[in-house]
Structures are given as C-alpha cells and as structure tokens.
Design a protein around this ligand. Structure first.
Ligand SMILES: Nc1ncnc2c1ncn2[C@@H]1O[C@H](COP(=O)(O)OP(=O)(O)OP(=O)(O)O)[C@@H](O)[C@H]1O
Length: 297
C-alpha cells in the first residue's frame, strides 16, 4: 500500500534560552497510508498533537523538530515546506475570526487556491456548506461564528479544510468539545467525506472506541513514542503492548453501572524504563517490546 507520509526518526525538543532542552518526542518512525484513515490514539500529553503539527510544519517557535527523512507521496520533501494538507482542531473558535462572517472565511480560503471572483467564490462556499450538512447555507454565510452551534462551527471548519483541496486531512480531536449526539454526526460526516474522496486522513483521539470504529489503521502513542501500530482489527483483536491493553480496558461499555477503568501507570512507568525494540507480529503489526525479558511488576 503506498504511503502519503513517511517520516524517519522524528525528535521534538524544547529550546529555551538558558535552559537545557527537554525531549518531548523521542525519535519516532511514522507512516500514513494513502487513501485510508489512520488513527492516532493516546492519553493527553502522549505527543499526538506535536507529531501532527510537525507534519504540518506549524510547531510553536519554542520547539525544535528534527527528522532523518521526510517523504510525501514517496518523494523526499523539505519538512519546513507547507504540504497540501489541512488540519482541523478541537476548538473551531480558535481558528475562526469572531469579527468575520462565515462567508468571509470560506471565500478567503477559496481565493487562496483558485482564481475566482467574490461572487463565484460565495456560490462555491454555499455549495460546500451544503455538502457538509449545513442547512440554510446562504443565510449561514452572512452569520458570525458565535451565531452557530459548536457542531455547525466544526462543519464549517471541515468545509474550509476541504476547500483547500488537501491530499491529507488531519483531524485532531475534532469532536472532543461536542456533546455525544453531535459527536456521532460529525464523525459520520468525516467518514463519509473520506470514503467519497478516498482522502488520506489522520484522526487523533484519546478515545480508543472512536478510533476503532472509524479507522483502518491505528498508532498507539505513549510518552512521546509510538508503542504499537497495525491494522485496526489486528491491534484490537490482539493487542501486545501493555499500554494498548490498558487503553482497551478503559473503553467505556455504555453500561451505567460501569466504573471508569483507571490506567495502571505505575506498571507502565516501570515497563517503559527498560530498553525496548520493535517486535513484529505481522507485516503490518508491530509493538515496542522489551529487548530482554525482565520482570517489571
Ligand atoms: N510549546 C510547548 N513547550 C513545552 N512543552 C510542550 C509544548 N507543547 C506541548 N508540550 C508538551 O509535550 C507533550 C506532548 O504534548 P501534545 O500536545 O503533543 O500531547 P497530546 O497527546 O496531543 O495531548 P492533548 O490531547 O492534551 O493535546 C506534553 O507533555 C506537553 O506538555
């Protein structure tokens, strides 16, 4: 299967004046398969967002990224260059200007990528809003971000991301801020768009349930490393890394009497302190295994 992204040995560290650097991402190799949805799952702080921002070349200035190589569509590229990729974030409000209408935002993106009059661009914007399931699109174009619901704002973000004609779409916790019903609607929309256009996509979430239901492949991140990766059914049916097993136990079953499962970080910490190497389970499934057998608990 061809890869849209192949990164070798990505390291991200802080660089602050008069302070020793802290390494946040510890030399990961990352591949994203073309035309599929890849899920990146892990708890808050595991490094999911930083890794995605490194792909998009939008890391904050206080951080340095290094990589041994970076390929886009199997071709080497300079990783400081902006790729034909779009990213959707958890909170659409931070990406939308509160003083500008929805129409302004959409026209701005359209005119950045296509030579078109404002009138033509507005027509295209209206059609795009309809495509992402927004009712009364002509009226919405004249409204301001705060006049729309959270779910609708996220639909606008998806429309904006698509109007940039991306070859890769990265959605970073796109539904975390939404309530459950709206969450399901947005996920269905994302899946539908991905299928229709065979778009290459990355979905980032701390929720293994969402990742398992949406994605073709999974990468599990923990403490700045990918600790397990494989096809969804492989990782789900046959988890290998202790952290993956813990995440799977933590998926809520929907049963009200269910107690929230607390991940056993103590055992994990002890485990992670030992030396690791990747071990293959299948050509597509591998995990970070202890180099030597040690008792860690
Ligand atoms: N600008 C920064 N300067 C210093 N440390 C940072 C910076 N941004 C993120 N970090 C740290 O890097 C680690 C990884 O952060 P990252 O945002 O990638 O995590 P995440 O898995 O996406 O979690 P979340 O869902 O909470 O964003 C965290 O420990 C975080 O505190």
């Amino acid at each position: 299967m061809s890869k849209i992204i192949t990164i070798k040995n990505l390291t991200i560290q802080t660089h602050k004046k008069n302070q020793p650097p802290t390494e946040l991402i510890h030399g990961i190799d990352l591949t994203i398969t073309k035309g599929k949805i890849t899920g990146v799952v892990g708890e808050s702080g595991s490094g999911k967002s930083l890794t995605m921002k490194a792909i998009m070349s939008i890391l904050p200035e206080s951080l340095d990224a290094h990589m041994a190589s970076f390929r886009f569509n199997e071709e080497p590229v300079d990783f400081h260059k902006r790729l034909p990729a779009s990213m959707i974030f958890q909170d659409p409000m931070t990406a939308l200007n509160p003083l500008r209408t929805i129409g302004y935002h959409l026209v701005e993106v359209i005119q950045r990528f296509q030579h078109m009059s404002k009138r033509q661009a507005l027509k295209l914007a209206e059609a795009e809003l309809e495509k992402v399931g927004i009712t009364y699109p002509a009226k919405r174009l004249k409204q301001y971000p705060h006049e729309l619901s959270g779910g609708m704002r996220q639909r606008v973000m998806i429309a904006m991301a698509l109007l940039a004609k991306p070859e890769l779409l990265i959605a970073d916790e796109p539904t975390t801020a939404l309530d459950v019903t709206i969450q399901a609607q947005i996920l269905t929309l994302i899946k539908q768009i991905q299928k229709e256009e065979s778009l290459s996509m990355v979905l980032v979430s701390h929720d293994f349930g969402i990742i398992a239901s949406m994605c073709d492949e999974i990468k599990v991140m923990y403490q700045g490393k990918i600790v397990e990766e494989g096809l969804t059914e492989e990782v789900f049916a046959n988890p290998q890394h202790l952290y993956t097993k813990e995440l799977l136990k933590a998926i809520p079953t929907g049963d009200k009497s269910d107690k929230l499962y607390a991940i056993n970080h103590q055992a994990l910490q002890a485990f992670m302190q030992h030396e690791h190497t990747f071990k293959k389970v299948s050509p597509t499934h591998r995990y970070l295994a202890l180099t030597k057998e040690v008792a860690y608990d």
